[in-house]
Unconditional design. Structure first.
Length: 115
C-alpha cells in the first residue's frame, strides 16, 4: 500500500470557487478583473493528466513489485518548472484576448480563520 498526492493541479473541469483558473475565466466573462492575493507566489502548476499518469504508474509498480514502492508519493513538476501566479494569470488573459493589466488586480484578502 502507498499514499500519493498532487498539488496545484489544473484542468479537468474543476469549476469550484477559489480556484485560480475558474476564477479568472468567470471574471473575464463578467468583464471584471479577477482579484489575486499573491501574484508573485511561486507554484508547481501541473495539468491533471500529469499526476494521473503518476498514479497509474505507481499502481502498476505496486502490483508488479510490491513493497519496494509502498511509501508516500508527492507528484509534481521539477522545482525549476514552478511559475508565479501572475505568469499563469497573464497567459490566461492573453489566451482569452484580454489585456493582462485590465484582467486582474492585486488585493489584500484576509486569510480565513483556522479552526
Amino acid at each position: 500500500m502507498a499514499t500519493a498526492r498532487a498539488g496545484n493541479v489544473i484542468g479537468g473541469g474543476d469549476w469550484a470557487n477559489d480556484r485560480l483558473i475558474p476564477d479568472v475565466i468567470r471574471s473575464i466573462l463578467a468583464a471584471e478583473p479577477v482579484k489575486i492575493r499573491n501574484p508573485h507566489a511561486i507554484r508547481p502548476w501541473q495539468h491533471v493528466l500529469e499526476p494521473l499518469s503518476g498514479y497509474l504508474l505507481l499502481a502498476e509498480k505496486l502490483h508488479e513489485v510490491g513493497p519496494r514502492f509502498a511509501e508516500g508519493w508527492n507528484f509534481g513538476p521539477r522545482d525549476e518548472d514552478a511559475k508565479p501566479v501572475e505568469w499563469l494569470v497573464q497567459r490566461l488573459c492573453n489566451g482569452w484576448g484580454q489585456a493582462p493589466d485590465m484582467c486582474w488586480m492585486r488585493v489584500n484578502i484576509p486569510t480565513r480563520p483556522t479552526t
